[in-house]
Design a protein around this ligand. Structure first.
Ligand SMILES: Cc1cc2nc3c(=O)[nH]c(=O)nc-3n(C[C@H](O)[C@H](O)[C@H](O)COP(=O)(O)OP(=O)(O)OC[C@H]3O[C@@H](n4cnc5c(N)ncnc54)[C@H](O)[C@@H]3O)c2cc1C
Length: 391
């Protein structure tokens, strides 16, 4: 079988690249042996991701929870601040939460309707040869393509074969539980200093996805994280006596130096989404960056030549992720999060900034100037100083 492009992995990044390329006339193969499947993920899809992929998502409704509010809590049992995410003036939701089985299946169906050939098999080998790329699956299907796209997630085989695998220091491990039979229209977030990050509850249709994340090279074990999540579920009373299903999964979480040195493409190959390492190290939003990198790659392959892809990703995505990475250690310090929570309580302007950050509508490039412009100048100023701002 001969194709213009072979895409390994049919998550959001791979399926959206297949959709964009096939509808512009490329002969596309997309290979993934895992569907139908649920991916361990919060499933939070921001307004900007929904807008970007609107043509592939289509008009028929997908089962989702439209999130009306975000509740911030901290270790103090009395602290709880609820922020409205869904004011009447918003036509588009700021955030919806979906089962990844549904969202990914919809994107893959659209790619197939656009003309992509789906090969439901796991890829076990890829090799770039002088005039084409060879791809082989676990069921010994072989195909050739002029170009290969690695969209096969954090443990990417394409990355391991054609570039370098992520080191443990470049990954974080998310651990938690799906809570069956409980749902809500509210996300719950507790910012934590150790490990630096947050514990979340994201409601999906029919269940909650609850979890916590830590760098893979930190001394915190998955067992300890799971215990922490169990204690949190008990303290927040979010799950009562519901059944818990455990999950654990890696997320690329690169520091600024690693982001600056990322290998994104080479002769006849490119990486998109998690395989490329494109996840916000603070919010861990990855779906938008997977979709956006797929779009940039499709534009480069169709219009400008593959060489343009890495430059586009650096300007459009990596510069923003680098700012987040530089800010991360200060962001989760208790001195800063305390002020942030105070800001949520006291200042409508700071609440608006946080809402936009959750919705992916607030860039790190303009976060500083926007905070300074809030009416609560003394508080914003202390946040900037405590945040040791270098973004
Ligand atoms: C617990 C957790 C919570 C998260 N919450 C959020 C959130 O709420 N919002 C958000 O935006 N992001 C979130 N993320 C990040 C998000 O899940 C990823 O960034 C996103 O899924 C990346 O999409 P992708 O298409 O690049 O990779 P993936 O979604 O990982 O898809 C990769 C696909 O490749 C396939 N594959 C792998 N190896 C092979 C192979 N050898 N051959 C063929 N196919 C292969 C896999 O089966 C999979 O279908 C979360 C991540 C985790 C772990």
């Amino acid at each position: 079988m001969e194709f213009d492009v072979a895409i390994v992995g049919a998550g959001p990044a791979g399926a959206y690249a297949a959709f964009e390329l096939a509808r512009r006339g490329a002969r596309v193969a997309i290979l993934d042996g895992s569907h139908p499947r649920e991916k361990p993920c919060g499933g939070g899809i921001t307004g900007r991701a929904l807008t970007l992929a609107a043509a592939a998502i289509g008009d028929s409704p997908l089962a989702s929870c439209r999130i009306r509010t975000a509740r911030f809590i901290n270790a103090d049992p009395d602290y709880s601040e609820v922020v409205d995410l869904d004011s009447a003036s918003n036509k588009l939701p700021k955030l919806v939460v979906m089962a990844r089985a549904d969202f990914d299946a919809r994107l893959l169906a659209s790619a197939r309707e656009a003309g992509a050939t789906f090969i439901p098999e796991r890829v076990v080998d890829v090799a770039v040869e002088s005039t084409s790329v060879r791809v082989e699956t676990a069921r010994r299907t072989r195909c050739r393509a002029a170009f290969i796209v690695g969209a096969d997630g954090a443990n990417s085989l394409v990355r391991r074969r054609l570039a370098r695998p992520f080191s443990r220091a470049q990954l974080s491990i998310a651990t938690g539980y799906f809570v069956d039979g409980v749902t809500s229209d509210q996300i719950v977030i507790e910012l934590t200093a150790t490990p630096p990050g947050y514990i979340w509850s994201f409601p999906r249709p029919g269940h909650l996805a609850i979890g916590i994340c830590a760098q893979a090279d930190s001394r915190v074990t998955s067992k300890a994280l799971r215990r922490r999540t169990e204690d949190w579920i008990a303290a927040t009373q979010l799950a009562e006596s519901a059944a818990l299903r455990a999950y654990s999964w890696p997320i690329p979480s690169l520091d600024a130096d690693s982001l600056a040195a990322l290998e994104l493409s080479g002769p006849r190959w490119a990486l998109v989404g998690d395989a490329a390492g494109l996840v916000d190290p603070i919010t861990r939003e990855g779906i938008y960056f997977g979709l956006r990198s797929a779009q940039l790659l499709s534009d480069a392959l169709v219009d400008e030549g593959a060489g343009r892809y890495a430059t586009s990703v650096r300007g459009d995505i990596i510069s923003e992720l680098e700012r987040a990475a530089r800010f991360k250690s200060a962001f989760f310090q208790p001195r800063f999060t305390k002020l942030l929570l105070r800001g949520l309580r006291e200042s409508a302007a700071i609440r608006a900034v946080i809402v936009d950050l959750i919705a992916g509508q607030q860039s790190y490039a303009t976060l500083r100037s926007r905070l300074i412009k809030t009416l609560n100048v003394p508080l914003a100023w202390r946040m900037l100083v405590q945040g040791a701002w270098r973004v």
